[in-house]
Structure formats: C-alpha cells, structure tokens
Design a protein around this ligand. Structure first.
Ligand code: 6PG
Length: 251
C-alpha cells in the first residue's frame, strides 16, 4: 500500500480552537459516510479537549452513535482501568456516556497474557480483520474513516518509536512494543504504519510550546515516525500557534 505524500498543514490560534477544528473534522468524516463509520482514536493528552467536546450537546446530538465504531491506534500495556490506559481516557471523557458499548473496540490488555504484548496485539489484529471482513487491505476500501494521531517529543506517533523495528512492519496489523522510548515506560501495543494509513483521513493534533522543537524537525521532513505516518487518503496536521516554528508562514 502506498501512502499519499501530501500533508496539509492547518494552523489555529490555541488548543481550544484546535479541539474545535478537530471535532468539526470528526463530524465531517462521519457525515461523509452514510454507512458504518470507523474512527481510530489516539492517546496522550493532546486529544483530551476534543474528546470532551464530542460529549457536549453541540456535537453529541449530531453524531449517529449507533453506526459509529471507535478503535484506538495504540495502547499502554496496562489494565483497562489503569489511569494510563488510552482507551480508558476516551471512555471516561466521552465514549461511555455517548457510544453503545458494542461500538467501543479497546485493545484487550486485560484478556491477553499480562506478560506478552504481542499476544494482545494478535487479538486486536483479529478484531480489526473481522470488523473489516478481510485479512488484507484493499486500498479502494480503507479500514478507517478517520485516524487521530499525536506526536511525542522524540517524533514518535502511536507507539511507533524512532529506530524501533515495528516501524518497518508490513505484514502484521498490530504489534507489541516491549520498550517505550518516552514516559510512561510501560510496554505498548500499536497499529502498524500500513494499517494506520488505511483511512480516508489521518488527523494529527499538535499544540503547545513543548511541541515546538519536535514540530520544527518534523516540518523539515526529518526521518522520524511521525513523518512516515501518512494516510492513503488525506493527511492533515492541525497545529496551534505556540507549537509552530518562528519562520512558519501564517504564525
Ligand atoms: C501514547 C500515545 C502517543 C501520544 C504522543 C503525544 O500512548 O502516549 O498514543 O503516541 O499521542 O506521545 O502525547 P501527548 O498528547 O501527551 O503530547
């Protein structure tokens, strides 16, 4: 599968504007598909405001919850009720109060062998393949309508860390990552690049002065995981003013 080389950069004023722009894009992707919709969420702190917004009446009342399915692009290998659990955060902020339980698809860290993230990865791979209805991807029929992404200080995205063999995976859909490169230092489970790429839109949310240094490197197209993550459809980088490099037009 070839990923599309174009990425669109959209700069907004601050984290509140960023969450609103992201929520509008989530809605637009849902509205563009009159059938079953699949959205792949992300962890970390960046999507918190977006998730809170989706639970507010302005958005909640416009989402056809019965036909939208929610997945997660990577997970910390901790139990579902651990505060570090990515899907746990999304559930607490909007899914549990808005979405039917059957439409929430967490990475099953609890049911898998607690010492083996790869076993957990294999279970989630099967769940994704059964949802998709095939075990190979067809570029004309993307797995996800929307994939949300964040960026870490080392340029990682999902749980794909610089130099990790998981970055080169082309066969498996989901893999275990025994060692994280940044906090929290717990093993991870992550979707691989070709699977994350199988979407109509990949949407990065990057905000705050602490993202300024890594964003400067990414915009210069340094070879880092977040630069390699692209959709086969549209790739959008939603940035706020504090994260932008000084010489970025429109700052
Ligand atoms: C995770 C994430 C990870 C995250 C980035 C950005 O499990 O930590 O999915 O890829 O998106 O590290 O994290 P922040 O949003 O907290 O900066």
């Amino acid at each position: 599968m070839t990923a599309n080389d174009n990425r669109r950069v959209i700069a907004v004023a601050d984290p509140a504007a960023l969450a609103e722009a992201a929520a509008d894009r989530v809605l637009a992707r849902i509205e563009a598909n009159s059938g079953r919709v699949a959205i792949c969420l992300t962890g970390g702190s960046s999507p918190r405001q977006l998730y809170q917004l989706l639970a507010t009446d302005a958005y909640r009342s416009r989402i056809p919850w019965q036909r939208v399915h929610w997945f997660i692009g990577d997970e910390r290998f901790v139990p579902a009720d651990d505060p570090l659990n990515n899907m746990g955060m999304a559930r607490a902020l909007f899914l549990d109060s808005c979405a039917p339980a059957a439409n929430i698809h967490p990475i099953p860290t609890a049911t898998a062998d607690p010492t083996d993230p790869d076993r957990c990865a294999a279970l989630y791979e099967r769940e994704l393949q059964s949802f998709y209805g095939a075990d190979t991807l067809d570029q004309a029929r993307p797995l996800f309508d929307l994939v949300l992404m964040g960026v870490g200080p080392d340029g990682h995205t999902a749980s794909l860390f610089p130099g990790d063999p998981a970055l080169d995976e082309t066969a498996r859909w989901v893999v275990g990552v025994p060692r994280a490169n940044v906090e929290p230092f717990v093993p991870r489970v992550t979707l691989t690049l070709p699977i994350l790429a199988s979407c109509r839109e990949m949407l990065f949310e990057i905000a705050g002065a602490e993202k300024h240094a890594i964003l400067t490197r990414l915009l210069a197209r340094e070879n880092l995981p977040a630069t390699c993550a692209r959709s086969t459809g549209e790739t959008v980088w939603l940035l706020d003013r504090d994260a932008l490099p000084e010489d970025f037009g429109g700052r």
